[in-house]
Ligand binder design. Structure first.
Ligand SMILES: Cc1ncc(COP(=O)(O)O)c(C=O)c1O
Length: 475
């Protein structure tokens, strides 16, 4: 087969970039001079490339300005569909259902988002963090030129260890590793204590992200029932631990479980820790929401009850302080060295500027004042949302009343399917989390999780009325 001439090869190269969206309509094509330099071609070849692209109708020459990408006349871009169909076949191996829901939800036509567990951006102390970032950069111009340590910034690790004392939890600073959110912390914990094929137990329902992590690590999932009142069902866990299947690890969110919002009583926490130690099952504690509990006295952690170094503690600032900074941490006790090495091989240390900026804020009394204010605001928002849901949703709907956080778990009358509800809501630009994705066992299809992170407003009220109407129209 004849090789096409050089100018055509280059024209095809740019055509591919336009088709794939790397070069977008309205953007400038590299100048003739740059093209000659980058591709080592002559002036006439570079000019021919532009002519070829013009002939294809994808390039427009603007006098004294340059060559710009344009939409070809013959192929007008189709208007985006409001709600793309869920195609689970694309995500085989990483929890297809969850991926398809998340992908469909990224659509630009979303107007009201009830699927998020975050607070609205204006509730976070963004101006203070921005000021701290600028101050930090100004005071140390070399900051970005040096690689941070694998375990993270020492000052931040000290602050986290000191803050944990309030919940009577001992985390030695030198045994804390700063991570990319709780997601990386839990990944590291699981990789440290399991091998592919092992069985890991989780609460049911559970945060879908945990199911995704487990699947991506080729771990078998065992679901243990949990209630919105006291969390994990210890009797059910005990039966499973005594059963034939060896459970290598158990992931539990003891304070403000996602999606239930449950809080385990102290007696249950103590019993759970003991039970896991007796059965040699590593307990991975996910304390993502601990600081959002509506209480002046911090609740105890599972780590507090740990006498045998069998609890790996994971937490995050992504819900409480700054989702954009992606800061989390893990305290892995006797597995610390292994976790540190896994972190090093996986992603090295986390970016240091954010760590310094949050440390600057967290070491002041303003941080505690901010958290107190945030908790009060969320209490009001949860109350308003839950009242509206009770008013607008069909008779037979019930809503949880968690003592903190941003999430409500809503049980619909059994005739409703949350996946159908999700699709219908998406069509009118409203995003919810269908209950089905919080389990591998199809047990929660008549539930939805509703986020209350945003201040109540006429827009939110209208969206909840619309959701109620969709449900009532479904019968
Ligand atoms: C229970 C739970 N664990 C972990 C995560 C992930 O946390 P991060 O964003 O810090 O990675 C979430 C996020 O929603 C969560 O709800």
């Amino acid at each position: 087969m004849n090789t096409p001439p050089l100018y055509r090869q280059l024209a095809n190269h740019y055509l591919d970039a336009i088709r794939s969206g790397t070069l977008k309509t309205g953007e400038r094509l590299p100048s003739i001079r740059l093209m000659m330099e980058k591709h080592a071609v002559s002036l006439s070849t570079a000019v021919q490339v532009c002519r070829e692209l013009e002939d294809y109708g994808v390039l427009e020459a603007r006098p004294r300005s340059g060559n710009y990408i344009r939409q070809p006349d013959s192929a007008p871009k189709p208007a985006p569909a409001l709600a793309p169909a869920l195609d689970t076949s694309l995500y085989a191996g990483i929890h297809e259902q969850v991926c398809a829901v998340l992908k469909a939800s990224q659509h630009s036509t979303i107007k009201v988002n009830f699927a998020s567990a975050y607070c609205a951006p204006e509730l976070y102390p963004l101006k203070t963090l921005q000021d701290n970032m600028i101050k930090t950069m100004r005071s140390d111009a070399y900051l970005l030129g040096a690689a941070g340590s694998t375990c993270g910034n020492g000052a931040l690790r000290n602050i986290l260890a000191r803050r944990a004392l309030a919940s009577k939890t001992h985390l030695a600073p030198e045994r804390i590793v700063i991570t990319n959110g709780a997601t990386e912390a839990i990944n590291l914990a699981l990789r440290a204590v399991t091998r592919p094929g092992d069985t890991v137990a989780v609460e049911s329902p559970t945060f879908y992200g945990l199911l995704q992590i487990l699947e991506s690590l080729n771990l078998r999932v065992l679901e243990v029932p949990a209630s919105a009142h006291t969390g994990l069902n210890l009797a059910a866990l005990q039966l499973l631990l005594q059963g034939p299947e060896r459970i290598k690890a158990l992931i539990v969110v003891p304070n403000l479980q996602n999606p239930l919002g449950s809080i385990m009583p102290d007696a249950n926490k103590a019993r759970l820790v003991k039970l896991c130690a007796e059965h040699n099952t590593v307990l991975i504690e996910d304390d993502t929401y601990g600081d959002l509990v509506d209480s002046e006295q911090p609740l105890s952690t599972l780590k507090h009850w740990d006498r045998t170094d069998n609890v790996i503690y994971c937490a995050s600032l992504n819900k409480t302080l700054a989702p954009g900074m992606r800061l989390g941490w893990i305290s892995a006790g006797k597995w610390h060295d292994r976790v540190e090495m896994l972190k090093h091989t996986q992603s090295r240390g986390c970016e240091v500027l954010s760590q310094l900026a949050v440390s600057e804020f967290m070491r002041t009394p303003s941080y505690e004042r901010y958290l107190r204010r945030l908790r009060k605001t969320l209490t009001v928002q949860r109350e308003q949302m839950s009242t509206a849901i009770s008013r607008y949703f069909p008779i037979g709907t019930s809503v949880t009343h968690p003592q903190g956080g941003t999430l409500l778990w809503v049980e619909l009358p059994r005739r409703h399917s949350s996946m159908v509800f999700f699709q219908e809501a998406l069509k009118v630009g409203i995003q919810i989390s269908p209950g089905d994705i919080f389990s591998n066992a199809n047990r929660f299809d008549h539930f939805v999780r509703i986020g209350c992170g945003a201040p109540y407003s006429p827009r939110i009220d209208e969206a909840l009325q619309t959701l109620g109407r969709i449900l009532k129209n479904q019968g």
